[in-house]
Ligand binder design. Structure first.
Ligand code: NI
Ligand code: MN
Length: 226
């Protein structure tokens, strides 16, 4: 599947003929200064939770692209108050179908509040099933046994997993998560953006490799097939 990486947890996937963008956080990210936020295409924008480093550019991109935004109920209410109309608020365990495929909002162990202090509901991740392949996007989360349920029910082509530690899983727990979700093809995200989540990238790739798993760490602004 083709992915586009914009830094932190922001990436896009081509699936079902649509461009699906996740957790838009570009303009505040110094590491993504060469990415033009006003050039990022999106047919759908999926948001895992309300933290600034996941929603910062959501309204700006959604207004320009007219993308449908899919997120949890509380974040959807906040986005509609910011002027977005095409927003679909889900909650944990629920599935929805759109023309690119099927989306399930799954649990994450983390916290969630919107940048202005508005309650953000509970954070989550997404499992996406499409004709081009299935994938899991963990959102910010600790390692959780709930991930085993994903591995038992869906055959994943790849997973976007947080690996930066401190706020989320680090590399050792992300490697365990691969076993839970039964997927060894990983896009690593949520690292390097802030000092506490600086990552030794060579070591991370070697640690995944030693466990028989492939870790992709694309350059910010690049795309690749994974
Ligand atoms: Ni967060
Ligand atoms: Mn985060």
């Amino acid at each position: 599947m083709k992915i586009y990486y914009y830094g932190h947890f922001c990436f896009a996937v081509e699936a079902g003929g649509k461009r699906i963008l996740f957790d838009p956080y570009v303009t505040p990210n110094k590491l993504a200064k060469d990415v033009d936020v006003d050039e990022i295409p999106a047919d759908f924008i999926l948001i895992s939770h309300g933290h600034e480093d996941h929603v910062a550019d959501a309204v700006r991109i959604a207004k320009r692209t007219k993308a449908t935004v899919i997120c949890n109920y509380e974040v959807s209410e906040w986005l509609m108050k910011k002027g977005l109309k095409n927003v679909q608020g889900m909650n944990h365990g629920g599935c929805g179908s759109w023309d690119f495929g099927r989306v399930k909002y799954v649990s994450a162990v983390h916290s969630s509040v919107l940048p202005d202090g508005t309650y953000g509901g509970n954070p989550g991740g997404f499992v996406i099933e499409s004709r081009d392949g299935n994938f899991y996007y963990s959102g910010d989360t600790a390692l959780t046994l709930d991930m085993k349920l994903i591995g038992e029910s869906v055959r994943l082509h790849f997973a976007a997993l947080c690996i930066g530690d401190f706020f989320t899983m680090g590399v050792p727990d992300a490697i365990k998560a691969c076993d839970f979700i039964q997927c060894n093809n990983v896009l690593g995200v949520h690292y390097d953006t802030f000092p506490p989540i600086r990552l030794d990238k060579e070591k991370a790739i070697a640690d995944f490799d030693a466990a028989g798993k492939k870790l992709h760490l694309p350059r910010i602004g690049s795309s690749r097939k994974i």
